[in-house]
Write a protein that binds this ligand. Structure first.
Ligand SMILES: [Zn+2]
Length: 127
């Protein structure tokens, strides 16, 4: 897809207001956490709700845009980190799901620590 689309059919974007800004800030903080260690591009972040309630986040491959569900943010920082890092790997490097990788498996099963997330991220970032 050549056009950088800001909407996705699977997701309802929230309009920006102070509450949504706070939610978005939590995601941005995790992106800055990655940026402190790895050289990554600017990422467009959209907050909203998924039309399929199982979807925690969405990324467009190689497009530097991610969508994160409010539900995911409300599950706490460790849960959110696993989802954000996963979506970043999709959208920055075009990484596909890998059921053998605890971060890139299609379903989030085990919550990894910050260090584990950073280490796995680095494996892909340095490829
Ligand atoms: Zn995924």
């Amino acid at each position: 897809m050549t056009r950088k689309n800001k909407i996705t059919k699977e997701f309802k974007n929230y309009q920006m207001n102070s509450d949504v800004y706070k939610l978005r800030k939590e995601v941005m903080n995790l992106i800055y956490e990655v940026k402190e260690v790895y050289d990554i591009p600017r990422i467009d972040v959209r907050i909203g709700e998924s039309k399929n309630c199982n979807t925690l986040g969405i990324a467009r491959l190689n497009n530097n845009i991610i969508w994160i569900a409010e539900y995911t943010i409300n599950k706490g920082i460790d849960f959110l980190r696993n989802v954000v890092y996963h979506e970043l790997l999709h959208t920055i490097y075009g990484v596909d799901h890998d059921e053998k990788c605890p971060l890139m498996q299609s379903r989030l099963e085990n919550i990894l620590t910050k260090q584990e997330c950073l280490d796995i991220f680095g494996k892909y970032a340095n490829q």
